[in-house]
Design a binder for this molecule. Structure first.
Ligand code: ADP
Length: 353
């Protein structure tokens, strides 16, 4: 393409020279035509570049519209309910009676079975009871269904079989998003957005002085304030260079602190930690774990961990295998049981020794 362009340029210059030598143009006309031609070529290549950029941007727009149009299964369920005008999904009888002592427990999962699409069963006969303020650890091998269980508890997906109750009320009775909003989460892969630090903490626009105060408080809590305060634009500094050449990148540990600050600012009544420290060094992990526990001191905390030492102080440990709870109880009781939890704990501790 470049070769053809250069060839055309050369031909035009040769043609104009020839015309000038043949006396058709004066030297002044020749210079004028050459400079006009080169300006035309420059504009044309600029136009071609804009067209190719438009093509690239249209691909981004396609992705954004896909996300905006995305309807999660849970939202679809809520929309179906609205269409039925019953307010209750088709699979839940409208006369569902609430259990007695509805306030006795905070979250109760009863005989829950779940599969993704038409795939294999991921959770089977899952039963779990989480009291308000309890610290609950979910442990087990990779792929045993811990994250899926947490996603169901957070009301990401509609319940397929069995039921989950919040304060005695089936999840399906709540509007989509109503329960999810009660959870503050720290996941290993929590996303960071190419927005300001403040917006990443709040997960919305910064609107007032009290918002600024909250962001500052959250960053002080998570241990990131010193770093942010030293930046020229402070909490308004943009993260990543995706949309801003002056944007900054944080280290892995700093990103995790930002996510902790986000959980602090969100102030959900239930905290969920899904192996957030697995990419950190042991000291950073220790620090993060204690920050998380301080954050959840007077809240319900559900945490997935593969570091068994982190589970020791939990009020209740669930050992999950093949999508079902195999063992449950406090650390000491599970150790006495000498089952799979005990085996996993002992093997890991030997590794540390
Ligand atoms: P764990 O948290 O214990 O590692 P997960 O809940 O992540 O386990 O995964 C349990 C099973 O569900 C795995 O077999 C995994 O491949 C499958 N799974 C997890 N998420 C999805 C998904 N979005 N779509 C299909 N299968 C999934």
């Amino acid at each position: 393409m470049i070769l053809i362009g250069n060839l055309v340029n050369l031909l035009v210059v040769v043609y104009l020279c020839w015309q000038m030598l043949a006396g058709r143009y004066m030297p002044g006309d020749f210079v004028y035509l050459i400079s006009s031609f080169s300006a035309f070529i420059t504009n044309l290549s600029g136009l071609a570049q804009i067209v190719s950029e438009m093509q690239t941007h249209s691909m981004y727009i396609e992705n954004i519209t896909k996300i905006l149009d995305y309807e999660s299964p849970r939202i679809r369920q809520a929309n179906d309910c609205a269409k039925n005008k019953t307010g209750v999904p088709a699979n839940i009888p409208t006369n569902t009676t609430l259990p007695e002592h509805a306030d006795a427990e905070k979250i109760l999962a009863e005989n829950v079975n779940f599969r993704y699409g038409n795939g294999a069963i991921v959770l089977q006969n899952m039963n779990l009871r989480i009291e308000k303020g309890e610290k609950v650890a979910l442990v087990g091998r990779n792929g045993s269904g811990k994250s899926t269980l947490v996603k169901l508890l957070m009301d990401f997906y509609p319940i397929q079989e069995g039921q989950i109750l919040y304060n005695g009320v089936p999840y399906s009775r709540f509007d989509a998003g109503q329960l999810t909003g009660k959870f503050s989460t720290v996941f290993q892969d929590s996303p960071i957005y190419a927005l300001s630090i403040a917006e990443n903490v709040l997960m919305r626009e910064l609107l007032s002085a009290s918002d600024e105060k909250l962001v500052m408080e959250a960053l002080v809590f998570s241990g990131l304030w010193k770093k942010v305060n030293a930046l020229e634009n402070g909490i308004h500094t943009i993260l990543t260079k995706e949309f801003d050449d002056e944007g900054i990148y944080l280290s892995g540990g700093e990103y995790q602190k930002l996510i902790i600050a986000r959980a602090y600012a969100h102030q959900g009544e239930i905290l969920v930690f899904d192996e957030p420290a697995s990419s950190l060094d042991p000291l950073a992990e220790y620090e993060l774990f204690h920050k998380m526990m301080r954050l959840g001191a007077d809240k319900t905390v559900i945490y997935i961990t593969h570091r068994m030492a982190a589970a020791v102080d939990a009020d209740c440990i669930y050992y999950i295998e093949d999508g079902t709870v195999r063992e449950r109880g406090k650390h000491e009781a599970l150790m006495q049981l000498q089952g799979q939890y005990c085996q996993m704990y002992t093997i890991q501790m030997k590794g540390y020794e």
